[in-house]
Design a protein around this ligand. Structure first.
Ligand SMILES: Nc1ncnc2c1ncn2[C@@H]1O[C@H](COP(=O)(O)OP(=O)(O)O)[C@@H](O)[C@H]1O
Ligand SMILES: Cc1cn([C@H]2C[C@H](O)[C@@H](COP(=O)(O)OP(=O)(O)O)O2)c(=O)[nH]c1=O
Length: 399
Protein backbone atom coordinates (compact mmCIF):
# COMPACT_ATOMS: atom_id res chain seq x y z
CA UNK A 1 0.00 0.00 0.00
CA UNK A 2 2.81 2.39 0.99
CA UNK A 3 4.73 1.56 -2.18
CA UNK A 4 1.72 1.89 -4.45
CA UNK A 5 0.01 4.95 -2.95
CA UNK A 6 2.84 6.78 -1.12
CA UNK A 7 4.34 8.67 -4.07
CA UNK A 8 0.89 9.77 -5.25
CA UNK A 9 0.09 11.15 -1.79
CA UNK A 10 3.31 12.94 -0.85
CA UNK A 11 4.02 14.00 -4.45
CA UNK A 12 7.01 16.38 -4.46
CA UNK A 13 8.07 15.98 -0.83
CA UNK A 14 11.85 15.73 -0.53
CA UNK A 15 12.74 12.00 -0.63
CA UNK A 16 15.24 12.50 2.19
CA UNK A 17 12.52 13.92 4.45
CA UNK A 18 10.03 11.30 3.34
CA UNK A 19 12.37 8.48 4.38
CA UNK A 20 12.60 9.68 8.01
CA UNK A 21 8.88 10.54 8.17
CA UNK A 22 7.88 7.08 6.90
CA UNK A 23 9.91 5.39 9.63
CA UNK A 24 8.27 7.65 12.21
CA UNK A 25 4.84 6.72 10.76
CA UNK A 26 5.66 3.00 10.97
CA UNK A 27 6.99 3.39 14.55
CA UNK A 28 3.98 5.45 15.64
CA UNK A 29 1.61 2.86 14.17
CA UNK A 30 3.39 0.09 16.09
CA UNK A 31 2.70 2.17 19.21
CA UNK A 32 -0.96 2.27 18.20
CA UNK A 33 -0.89 -1.53 17.95
CA UNK A 34 0.64 -1.74 21.41
CA UNK A 35 -2.30 0.16 22.86
CA UNK A 36 -5.03 -1.37 20.68
CA UNK A 37 -8.16 -2.21 22.64
CA UNK A 38 -10.25 -3.43 19.75
CA UNK A 39 -9.68 -5.52 16.67
CA UNK A 40 -10.53 -2.60 14.34
CA UNK A 41 -7.80 -0.51 16.01
CA UNK A 42 -5.33 -3.34 15.51
CA UNK A 43 -6.29 -3.73 11.84
CA UNK A 44 -5.99 0.02 11.28
CA UNK A 45 -2.60 0.06 13.08
CA UNK A 46 -1.35 -2.88 11.01
CA UNK A 47 -2.37 -1.11 7.78
CA UNK A 48 -0.50 2.01 8.85
CA UNK A 49 2.60 0.01 9.81
CA UNK A 50 2.53 -1.53 6.34
CA UNK A 51 2.08 1.88 4.69
CA UNK A 52 4.96 3.42 6.70
CA UNK A 53 7.29 0.48 6.11
CA UNK A 54 6.45 0.37 2.40
CA UNK A 55 7.12 4.09 2.00
CA UNK A 56 10.37 3.87 3.95
CA UNK A 57 11.47 0.98 1.75
CA UNK A 58 10.58 2.81 -1.45
CA UNK A 59 12.17 6.13 -0.48
CA UNK A 60 15.25 4.31 0.88
CA UNK A 61 15.71 2.40 -2.37
CA UNK A 62 15.19 5.59 -4.43
CA UNK A 63 17.75 7.48 -2.36
CA UNK A 64 20.24 4.66 -2.52
CA UNK A 65 19.80 4.38 -6.29
CA UNK A 66 20.56 8.07 -6.68
CA UNK A 67 23.60 8.11 -4.45
CA UNK A 68 25.42 4.90 -5.33
CA UNK A 69 27.76 4.81 -8.32
CA UNK A 70 26.84 2.63 -11.34
CA UNK A 71 29.80 0.32 -10.89
CA UNK A 72 28.79 -0.84 -7.38
CA UNK A 73 25.00 -0.51 -7.66
CA UNK A 74 24.35 -4.24 -8.29
CA UNK A 75 26.44 -5.32 -5.33
CA UNK A 76 25.00 -2.69 -2.98
CA UNK A 77 21.42 -3.65 -3.79
CA UNK A 78 22.17 -7.36 -3.43
CA UNK A 79 23.69 -6.63 -0.01
CA UNK A 80 20.71 -4.51 1.05
CA UNK A 81 18.18 -7.14 -0.07
CA UNK A 82 20.03 -9.87 1.84
CA UNK A 83 20.46 -7.67 4.93
CA UNK A 84 16.72 -6.80 4.95
CA UNK A 85 15.81 -10.53 4.83
CA UNK A 86 18.28 -11.44 7.56
CA UNK A 87 16.98 -8.64 9.82
CA UNK A 88 13.36 -9.70 9.18
CA UNK A 89 14.09 -13.35 10.03
CA UNK A 90 15.99 -12.37 13.15
CA UNK A 91 13.16 -10.05 14.22
CA UNK A 92 10.54 -12.78 13.76
CA UNK A 93 12.64 -15.37 15.62
CA UNK A 94 13.60 -13.01 18.45
CA UNK A 95 10.15 -11.49 18.94
CA UNK A 96 8.36 -14.86 19.08
CA UNK A 97 10.75 -16.15 21.75
CA UNK A 98 10.50 -12.87 23.74
CA UNK A 99 6.70 -12.96 23.57
CA UNK A 100 6.74 -16.53 24.90
CA UNK A 101 8.85 -15.49 27.89
CA UNK A 102 6.35 -13.28 29.64
CA UNK A 103 2.83 -14.10 30.73
CA UNK A 104 -0.25 -11.94 30.42
CA UNK A 105 -1.78 -10.00 33.26
CA UNK A 106 -5.19 -8.32 33.17
CA UNK A 107 -5.60 -4.84 34.62
CA UNK A 108 -8.83 -2.93 34.47
CA UNK A 109 -8.90 0.66 33.36
CA UNK A 110 -12.42 2.09 33.39
CA UNK A 111 -13.98 -1.19 32.29
CA UNK A 112 -11.75 -1.42 29.22
CA UNK A 113 -10.04 -4.55 30.48
CA UNK A 114 -6.66 -3.90 28.92
CA UNK A 115 -4.31 -6.83 29.27
CA UNK A 116 -0.65 -5.93 29.76
CA UNK A 117 1.09 -8.78 28.01
CA UNK A 118 4.69 -9.13 26.91
CA UNK A 119 3.42 -8.68 23.32
CA UNK A 120 2.21 -5.19 24.16
CA UNK A 121 5.45 -4.31 25.94
CA UNK A 122 7.45 -5.56 22.99
CA UNK A 123 5.35 -3.56 20.54
CA UNK A 124 5.73 -0.51 22.77
CA UNK A 125 9.52 -0.83 22.79
CA UNK A 126 9.61 -1.49 19.03
CA UNK A 127 7.38 1.52 18.34
CA UNK A 128 9.53 3.85 20.44
CA UNK A 129 12.66 2.50 18.79
CA UNK A 130 11.09 3.07 15.35
CA UNK A 131 10.17 6.68 16.18
CA UNK A 132 13.63 7.39 17.58
CA UNK A 133 15.31 5.86 14.50
CA UNK A 134 13.04 7.81 12.15
CA UNK A 135 13.75 11.12 13.88
CA UNK A 136 17.49 10.60 13.88
CA UNK A 137 17.43 9.53 10.20
CA UNK A 138 15.39 12.66 9.43
CA UNK A 139 17.86 14.90 11.27
CA UNK A 140 20.92 13.39 9.63
CA UNK A 141 19.52 13.43 6.10
CA UNK A 142 17.41 16.61 6.11
CA UNK A 143 18.02 18.58 2.92
CA UNK A 144 15.79 21.50 3.91
CA UNK A 145 17.07 22.59 7.31
CA UNK A 146 14.97 25.37 8.80
CA UNK A 147 11.89 24.57 6.70
CA UNK A 148 9.02 23.59 9.07
CA UNK A 149 8.12 19.91 8.69
CA UNK A 150 4.33 19.85 8.82
CA UNK A 151 3.70 22.85 6.53
CA UNK A 152 6.20 21.30 4.10
CA UNK A 153 4.34 17.97 4.20
CA UNK A 154 0.97 19.72 3.80
CA UNK A 155 2.33 21.88 0.98
CA UNK A 156 3.74 18.78 -0.77
CA UNK A 157 0.44 16.91 -0.52
CA UNK A 158 -1.17 19.91 -2.21
CA UNK A 159 1.56 19.92 -4.87
CA UNK A 160 3.57 22.89 -3.56
CA UNK A 161 6.44 21.81 -1.31
CA UNK A 162 8.17 24.64 0.57
CA UNK A 163 11.61 25.48 -0.74
CA UNK A 164 14.65 25.72 1.47
CA UNK A 165 15.56 29.37 1.99
CA UNK A 166 18.71 30.52 0.28
CA UNK A 167 21.36 31.51 2.76
CA UNK A 168 22.23 35.15 3.20
CA UNK A 169 25.93 35.46 3.66
CA UNK A 170 26.84 38.51 5.68
CA UNK A 171 25.23 40.49 8.41
CA UNK A 172 23.26 43.25 6.72
CA UNK A 173 19.89 44.47 7.98
CA UNK A 174 16.78 44.46 5.82
CA UNK A 175 14.11 47.06 6.62
CA UNK A 176 10.91 47.32 4.58
CA UNK A 177 8.27 50.08 4.53
CA UNK A 178 4.73 49.06 3.71
CA UNK A 179 1.41 50.86 3.57
CA UNK A 180 -1.24 52.18 1.23
CA UNK A 181 -0.89 54.89 -1.38
CA UNK A 182 0.35 58.22 -0.05
CA UNK A 183 1.07 56.78 3.41
CA UNK A 184 4.42 58.54 3.40
CA UNK A 185 6.68 55.57 2.63
CA UNK A 186 9.07 57.38 0.28
CA UNK A 187 9.30 60.29 2.74
CA UNK A 188 10.16 57.96 5.64
CA UNK A 189 12.51 55.74 3.61
CA UNK A 190 14.58 58.81 2.77
CA UNK A 191 14.47 60.19 6.31
CA UNK A 192 15.68 56.87 7.76
CA UNK A 193 18.42 56.58 5.15
CA UNK A 194 19.65 60.11 6.01
CA UNK A 195 19.69 59.29 9.72
CA UNK A 196 21.69 56.08 9.18
CA UNK A 197 24.10 57.69 6.74
CA UNK A 198 24.76 60.34 9.37
CA UNK A 199 25.99 57.44 11.53
CA UNK A 200 28.27 56.54 8.63
CA UNK A 201 26.50 53.29 7.86
CA UNK A 202 26.27 51.91 4.34
CA UNK A 203 22.63 52.29 3.30
CA UNK A 204 20.99 51.02 0.12
CA UNK A 205 17.62 52.62 -0.66
CA UNK A 206 15.49 50.63 -3.03
CA UNK A 207 11.86 49.98 -3.94
CA UNK A 208 9.36 47.66 -5.59
CA UNK A 209 8.38 47.55 -8.33
CA UNK A 210 11.10 48.96 -10.59
CA UNK A 211 14.46 48.98 -8.77
CA UNK A 212 16.31 47.23 -11.59
CA UNK A 213 16.41 47.66 -15.35
CA UNK A 214 14.12 44.66 -15.86
CA UNK A 215 12.04 45.91 -12.94
CA UNK A 216 11.54 49.27 -14.69
CA UNK A 217 10.04 47.50 -17.69
CA UNK A 218 7.82 45.38 -15.43
CA UNK A 219 6.76 48.53 -13.58
CA UNK A 220 5.56 50.17 -16.77
CA UNK A 221 3.59 46.98 -17.58
CA UNK A 222 1.86 46.70 -14.20
CA UNK A 223 1.26 50.36 -13.47
CA UNK A 224 0.61 51.69 -17.00
CA UNK A 225 -3.00 52.90 -17.09
CA UNK A 226 -3.65 51.44 -20.53
CA UNK A 227 -2.65 47.86 -19.62
CA UNK A 228 -5.48 45.43 -18.93
CA UNK A 229 -3.80 42.71 -16.88
CA UNK A 230 -5.50 39.69 -15.34
CA UNK A 231 -4.91 39.40 -11.56
CA UNK A 232 -2.73 36.28 -11.94
CA UNK A 233 -0.57 37.88 -14.61
CA UNK A 234 -0.23 40.95 -12.36
CA UNK A 235 0.84 38.75 -9.41
CA UNK A 236 3.42 36.95 -11.56
CA UNK A 237 4.86 40.22 -12.84
CA UNK A 238 5.28 41.61 -9.31
CA UNK A 239 6.91 38.31 -8.32
CA UNK A 240 9.27 38.48 -11.30
CA UNK A 241 10.23 42.05 -10.39
CA UNK A 242 10.85 40.89 -6.80
CA UNK A 243 12.99 37.94 -7.86
CA UNK A 244 15.23 40.21 -9.92
CA UNK A 245 15.31 42.85 -7.20
CA UNK A 246 16.31 40.40 -4.46
CA UNK A 247 18.91 38.61 -6.57
CA UNK A 248 20.64 41.67 -7.98
CA UNK A 249 20.15 44.41 -5.36
CA UNK A 250 19.04 43.16 -1.94
CA UNK A 251 21.11 40.01 -1.40
CA UNK A 252 24.40 41.47 -2.67
CA UNK A 253 23.94 44.52 -0.40
CA UNK A 254 23.03 42.40 2.62
CA UNK A 255 26.04 40.20 2.07
CA UNK A 256 28.23 43.32 2.16
CA UNK A 257 26.68 44.12 5.53
CA UNK A 258 24.68 47.15 4.33
CA UNK A 259 21.34 48.33 5.70
CA UNK A 260 18.85 47.79 2.87
CA UNK A 261 15.69 49.93 3.03
CA UNK A 262 12.98 48.93 0.58
CA UNK A 263 9.84 50.89 -0.27
CA UNK A 264 7.41 47.88 -0.44
CA UNK A 265 8.14 44.14 -0.54
CA UNK A 266 6.25 40.82 -0.17
CA UNK A 267 3.42 42.21 2.00
CA UNK A 268 2.37 44.53 -0.83
CA UNK A 269 1.65 41.48 -3.00
CA UNK A 270 -0.24 39.79 -0.18
CA UNK A 271 -2.30 42.91 0.42
CA UNK A 272 -2.88 44.15 -3.16
CA UNK A 273 -2.97 40.92 -5.19
CA UNK A 274 -4.23 38.76 -2.31
CA UNK A 275 -6.77 40.87 -0.42
CA UNK A 276 -7.25 43.57 -3.09
CA UNK A 277 -7.61 41.36 -6.17
CA UNK A 278 -8.90 38.47 -4.02
CA UNK A 279 -6.35 35.91 -5.20
CA UNK A 280 -5.72 33.15 -2.59
CA UNK A 281 -3.28 34.75 -0.15
CA UNK A 282 -1.37 31.52 0.58
CA UNK A 283 -0.71 31.06 -3.13
CA UNK A 284 0.55 34.64 -3.51
CA UNK A 285 2.69 34.09 -0.43
CA UNK A 286 4.16 30.89 -1.85
CA UNK A 287 4.92 32.67 -5.13
CA UNK A 288 6.79 35.46 -3.33
CA UNK A 289 8.67 33.09 -1.12
CA UNK A 290 9.82 31.17 -4.22
CA UNK A 291 10.78 34.42 -5.96
CA UNK A 292 12.86 35.63 -3.03
CA UNK A 293 14.39 32.29 -2.03
CA UNK A 294 12.68 32.80 1.34
CA UNK A 295 14.37 36.13 2.18
CA UNK A 296 12.38 37.85 4.93
CA UNK A 297 12.85 41.38 6.25
CA UNK A 298 14.31 41.98 9.71
CA UNK A 299 11.73 44.71 10.28
CA UNK A 300 8.60 45.86 8.46
CA UNK A 301 7.45 49.40 9.19
CA UNK A 302 3.75 49.62 8.43
CA UNK A 303 2.55 53.17 7.86
CA UNK A 304 -1.17 52.92 8.47
CA UNK A 305 -3.41 55.56 6.98
CA UNK A 306 -7.12 55.68 6.06
CA UNK A 307 -7.37 55.28 2.26
CA UNK A 308 -9.15 58.65 1.79
CA UNK A 309 -6.25 60.47 3.47
CA UNK A 310 -3.53 58.55 1.60
CA UNK A 311 -5.26 58.75 -1.78
CA UNK A 312 -5.82 62.47 -1.22
CA UNK A 313 -2.10 62.96 -0.63
CA UNK A 314 -1.20 60.78 -3.65
CA UNK A 315 -3.67 62.70 -5.87
CA UNK A 316 -1.94 65.97 -4.96
CA UNK A 317 1.31 64.35 -6.15
CA UNK A 318 0.06 63.93 -9.75
CA UNK A 319 -1.75 61.48 -12.07
CA UNK A 320 -3.09 58.26 -10.56
CA UNK A 321 -1.65 54.91 -11.71
CA UNK A 322 -3.62 51.68 -12.30
CA UNK A 323 -3.85 50.73 -8.63
CA UNK A 324 -4.33 54.21 -7.22
CA UNK A 325 -7.44 54.52 -9.38
CA UNK A 326 -9.05 51.39 -7.81
CA UNK A 327 -12.15 51.81 -5.60
CA UNK A 328 -12.00 52.90 -1.95
CA UNK A 329 -13.32 49.40 -0.99
CA UNK A 330 -10.25 47.90 -2.70
CA UNK A 331 -7.94 50.14 -0.68
CA UNK A 332 -9.84 49.35 2.53
CA UNK A 333 -9.20 45.63 1.93
CA UNK A 334 -5.55 46.38 1.32
CA UNK A 335 -5.31 48.39 4.54
CA UNK A 336 -6.82 45.66 6.70
CA UNK A 337 -4.70 42.99 5.04
CA UNK A 338 -1.56 44.94 6.06
CA UNK A 339 -2.84 45.31 9.64
CA UNK A 340 -3.68 41.61 9.75
CA UNK A 341 -0.16 40.61 8.63
CA UNK A 342 1.36 42.86 11.29
CA UNK A 343 -0.87 41.45 14.03
CA UNK A 344 0.17 37.89 13.10
CA UNK A 345 3.88 38.58 13.64
CA UNK A 346 4.15 41.59 16.03
CA UNK A 347 7.89 41.16 16.73
CA UNK A 348 8.79 41.79 13.10
CA UNK A 349 6.47 44.80 12.62
CA UNK A 350 6.36 48.41 13.71
CA UNK A 351 2.88 49.80 13.03
CA UNK A 352 2.64 53.59 13.04
CA UNK A 353 -0.25 55.96 12.58
CA UNK A 354 0.77 57.72 9.36
CA UNK A 355 -1.53 60.70 9.92
CA UNK A 356 0.96 62.01 12.49
CA UNK A 357 3.59 64.57 11.58
CA UNK A 358 6.43 63.18 9.42
CA UNK A 359 9.15 64.09 12.01
CA UNK A 360 7.29 62.23 14.74
CA UNK A 361 7.08 59.11 12.55
CA UNK A 362 10.76 59.32 11.64
CA UNK A 363 11.76 59.50 15.31
CA UNK A 364 9.79 56.33 16.11
CA UNK A 365 11.27 54.51 13.12
CA UNK A 366 14.85 55.52 13.95
CA UNK A 367 14.42 54.40 17.55
CA UNK A 368 13.12 50.96 16.57
CA UNK A 369 15.68 50.43 13.80
CA UNK A 370 18.48 51.25 16.26
CA UNK A 371 17.38 48.24 18.33
CA UNK A 372 17.94 45.78 15.50
CA UNK A 373 21.13 47.21 13.96
CA UNK A 374 24.42 45.52 14.77
CA UNK A 375 27.03 47.49 16.75
CA UNK A 376 28.95 49.96 14.64
CA UNK A 377 32.45 48.66 13.82
CA UNK A 378 35.38 50.94 14.85
CA UNK A 379 35.60 54.27 12.97
CA UNK A 380 38.63 53.40 10.79
CA UNK A 381 36.95 50.19 9.52
CA UNK A 382 33.86 52.16 8.52
CA UNK A 383 35.97 54.73 6.65
CA UNK A 384 37.87 51.97 4.82
CA UNK A 385 34.65 50.18 3.89
CA UNK A 386 32.99 53.40 2.65
CA UNK A 387 36.12 54.29 0.64
CA UNK A 388 36.12 50.85 -1.02
CA UNK A 389 32.44 51.25 -1.93
CA UNK A 390 33.06 54.75 -3.31
CA UNK A 391 36.03 53.51 -5.39
CA UNK A 392 34.01 50.57 -6.77
CA UNK A 393 31.23 53.00 -7.64
CA UNK A 394 33.64 55.34 -9.48
CA UNK A 395 35.07 52.37 -11.41
CA UNK A 396 31.60 51.21 -12.38
CA UNK A 397 30.69 54.67 -13.64
CA UNK A 398 33.94 54.94 -15.60
CA UNK A 399 33.16 51.70 -17.49
N1 LIG B 1 3.09 62.33 7.79
C1 LIG B 1 2.67 63.05 6.75
N2 LIG B 1 1.72 63.97 6.91
C2 LIG B 1 1.26 64.69 5.86
N3 LIG B 1 1.73 64.56 4.61
C3 LIG B 1 2.68 63.66 4.37
C4 LIG B 1 3.21 62.85 5.43
N4 LIG B 1 4.14 62.04 4.91
C5 LIG B 1 4.21 62.30 3.59
N5 LIG B 1 3.35 63.28 3.25
C6 LIG B 1 3.09 63.83 1.92
O1 LIG B 1 2.21 62.93 1.26
C7 LIG B 1 2.58 62.74 -0.10
C8 LIG B 1 2.87 61.26 -0.35
O2 LIG B 1 4.01 60.87 0.40
P1 LIG B 1 4.98 59.74 -0.08
O3 LIG B 1 6.11 59.68 0.87
O4 LIG B 1 5.30 59.90 -1.53
O5 LIG B 1 4.04 58.45 0.10
P2 LIG B 1 4.10 57.01 -0.51
O6 LIG B 1 5.50 56.74 -0.93
O7 LIG B 1 3.65 56.15 0.59
O8 LIG B 1 3.14 56.98 -1.66
C9 LIG B 1 3.80 63.63 -0.33
O9 LIG B 1 3.36 64.82 -0.92
C10 LIG B 1 4.34 63.88 1.06
O10 LIG B 1 4.97 65.15 1.18
C1 LIG C 1 5.37 45.78 -4.73
C2 LIG C 1 3.93 45.78 -5.12
C3 LIG C 1 3.30 46.97 -5.45
N1 LIG C 1 2.00 46.95 -5.80
C4 LIG C 1 1.34 48.21 -6.16
C5 LIG C 1 1.03 49.11 -5.03
C6 LIG C 1 1.13 50.48 -5.62
O1 LIG C 1 -0.14 50.87 -6.07
C7 LIG C 1 2.05 50.32 -6.79
C8 LIG C 1 3.42 50.90 -6.53
O2 LIG C 1 3.33 52.21 -6.76
P1 LIG C 1 4.39 53.25 -6.22
O3 LIG C 1 4.10 54.50 -6.95
O4 LIG C 1 5.76 52.70 -6.30
O5 LIG C 1 4.03 53.29 -4.72
P2 LIG C 1 3.29 54.41 -3.93
O6 LIG C 1 2.05 54.73 -4.73
O7 LIG C 1 2.97 53.79 -2.62
O8 LIG C 1 4.26 55.55 -3.84
O9 LIG C 1 2.19 48.92 -7.01
C9 LIG C 1 1.26 45.78 -5.85
O10 LIG C 1 0.09 45.78 -6.18
N2 LIG C 1 1.88 44.61 -5.54
C10 LIG C 1 3.19 44.55 -5.18
O11 LIG C 1 3.72 43.46 -4.90
Amino acid sequence: MGIALGPAVVRDLSRRRWFGMSIVLAGGSVLLLAGAIHLTMAVFGALLVGAGAGMAFLSGVTLLGGEVGDEVRGRVFAFVQTAVRVVLMLAIALSSSLVGLGGSREITIADLGISISSTRLLLLAAGLFGIFTGISAFRQMDDKPGVPVLPDLWGSIRGRPLSAGEKVVGRGTFVVFEGGEGAGKSTQVNALADALRAERREVVVTREPGATEVGQRIRSLVLGKQSNLSPRAEALLYAADRADHVATVVRPALSRGAVVISDRYVDSSLAYQGAGRTLPVDEVSWLSSWATGGLRPDLVVLLDVPPEVGLGRAARRGTADRLESESVAFHERVRYAFLDLAAADPKRYLVLDATHAPEEITAAVVERVAEILPEQPPEHEVTDALNTIAEADLERRAL
